[in-house]
Write a protein that binds this ligand. Sequence first.
Ligand code: ANZ
Ligand code: ZN
Length: 817
Amino acid sequence: EHRYAPAEIEKKWQRIWDETHAHKTQNDPEKPYYYCLEQFPYPSGRLHMGHVRVYTIGDVVARFKRAQGFNVLHPMGWDAFGMPAENFAIKHGVHPNVSTWDNINFMRGQDKELGISIDWDKELATCSPDYYKWTQWLFQLFYERGLAYKKEAAVNWCPDCSTVLANEQVEDGGCWRCGTEVVKKDLAQWFFKITDYAERLLTDLDKLPGWPEKVKTMQRNWIGKSTGADITYKIAGRDETVTVFTTRPDTLYGVSYLVLAPEHALVQQLIAGYEKEADVRAFIDQVRKASEIERTSTDAEKVGIFTGSYAVHPLTGAQVPIWIANYVLPDYGTGAVMGVPAHDERDFEFASKYELPIPVVIEPEGGHQGPLTAAFTEDGTIINSAEFTGLHNRDALTKITAHLEAQGIGKATTSFRLRDWLVSRQRYWGAPIPMIYCDSCGTVPVPKDQLPVLLPENVDFGVKGKSPLATNEEFVNTTCPSCGGHAQRETDTMDTFIDSSWYYLRYVSAQDDSQPFSTEDANKWLPVDKYIGGIEHAILHLLYSRFFTKVLHDAELVNFDEPFESLLTQGMIVMNGAKMSKSKGNVVSPEDIIGKYGADTARVFILFAAPPDRDLEWSDQGVEGANRFLNRVWRLVDNNLHQIRSSKGANAEGAEAKKLRTAMHAAIKKVTEDIGDRYQFNTAISAVMELVNAIYAYPEHADPGTKADAIKTAVILLSPAAPHITSELWEMMGHKTPLHQVVWPTYDESALVSDEIEYVVQLNGKVKDRIVFPKDTTKEEIEQTVLTSEKVQALLEGKSIKKVIVVPGKLVNLVVG
Ligand code: ANZ
Ligand code: ZN
């Protein structure tokens, strides 16, 4: 007899798995393919419990699918570019390349200590040249397809450090290093034209039944499609026109002013020569400092200023003043709005504040009672609107739009909230954008056979006014690939979201140095069958990945156009209801728990404590409970080793043997469905616990073969969750084939039908007892047994029975007085 010693056996099995390449990706055309992927981590230094949870979930699925006979792809990599390593370099002088690889090496070791069944031959890191070579290649593919372009855009700028700041480097409106107020500055930057795909990104969400509804809703809102019309107004006394986007053409006769975003291209012309031009300019500067979130939040104060110019109402010919205001965004719709204060809340607030007229054009049944005290935003009947008066406003909407279209001054249109994706970063630790600027040839892509454009080692991270790459002259100065003349390299790097938008494709061909991925293999493995990750990536990462996949589909590099068939968003780990975080000081580290109890205990606790998509409340008792359970399984095998090894097979003749056999098949069914169909690992583990209890309760005299079978089955069923202990037990039982090569058991439907039925015994409807009867017991026999049972006799003392109701297969109710 020996004790469960997790530290030893876990090391032993991890070594065996490593040495035998136990989790190597199989590619057997006879078998079905299954791609199980957890979102790859940023190599921050060490794993936290959130990582442990997500990899454990993925690992259960991967091990289960392998046992079921699938070719399983279960890889791991590192989202290794990004700000933290660069900030660390600025503060501590350690080069990002050094700190990042240190972190990766440490975290890889931790993954192995958790027993995650990764095919390490497929490991990738986005910061290594053989990965970012292909990121650059894809950038150029987008460029060739007209999906990458350069334009001016505002960046965060610290006037004191004279440097560009990432959004994360702006803290409360100030620079993270010196606290100086951050301003906006226009720089020419690269964009990806994701807006070309807005419609498909929206409608294809309907093709994803395997995604949580919540995530799809978040994506829909982010893409934000609105239907309405563009309406063009002449500017009084000038040749120019201004076009507004409105979702409510039915309110056209209720327009009291137009309002433009301060950034609107026309504004400069409108205000030129206006007596209050200086005031307007000061106002524009002030608005541009605020972030978009500040500008659009409903409780932000709406402020504006008159431009001195008027527009002409397209139907009434009336002059309407043109204002600019903070609540109009430059890059939504046309950046210009028609103000209808009577029927739009924001406009009502604005018009009330600046004493602009509030003409009413829609009324509810029975009319408005007195003047409006708030915008009337409901549907109703059109009034004060020439020939449209009297219509229902929804009819008026189509009629007015048609009328404008006929006159060429308006057209039905849709607007998306989604903007093009700004991908330039004025940072060091990212993939260099592979473009060259030549005085004679303009923008020239680096020829594909010259990729990768290597990130230069020697740069100054903190030099004023420059992107770090611009500080390395050798890097910057180059020759033009097209004319051979002197040229300069782009010095911006790519947003790290680009790196993570295609990594799931790279895994299928991780070591291929001739292409980003093999189309044939990608088509075999993808879409990813199960993608597991945090809800924090519900919008950007998933949207960008979907966008990439669609572009690659259109380029005929893959034959699917959605990357992730099914998505599991795991919940957080909380302690006493609060998220585990360093700042709260309530962190439990994976090292501690593995050191004390072993990885299997950590895994079982995490899986058992909550369904994967729910928050998980950390509890030390829960961890101990998981550990006790594993010890119980250990003893079950250890105490019965002789019986198991000498078993000549089951002989399920006796009632007890039959009962255990039923319990065993019920457990197989439950665990198989819970893992494979429902992804409910907590109930899968309960089912194994029940089976273990049933085996402990199995009498000594009953058939030993049945018991041996049940023990073996329990060990297999537990193996995806606790791979080390089960591998060891399996070996102890005398098996030559290692457990990770053992085929998942199937259940026998007929074995599930029990020969016995449990009846509930009630007294006046209250449950008092439970009694088991053989299936074919008659009503009379049941009644007889219940009435004469000791427990019921005691309960009946001093009472008289009025009625006995027997519901076959369910219950016996005694009505007493
Ligand atoms: C007149 C009107 C009358 C409007 C009315 C609404 C209600 P969604 O649904 O979000 O697409 N709008 C248009 N462009 C804008 C911009 N760049 N910044 C801020 N607001 C803008 O909203 C569309 C409505 O938001 C448009 O319809 C426009 O106001 C405003 F009773 O036009 B509406
Ligand atoms: Zn040139």
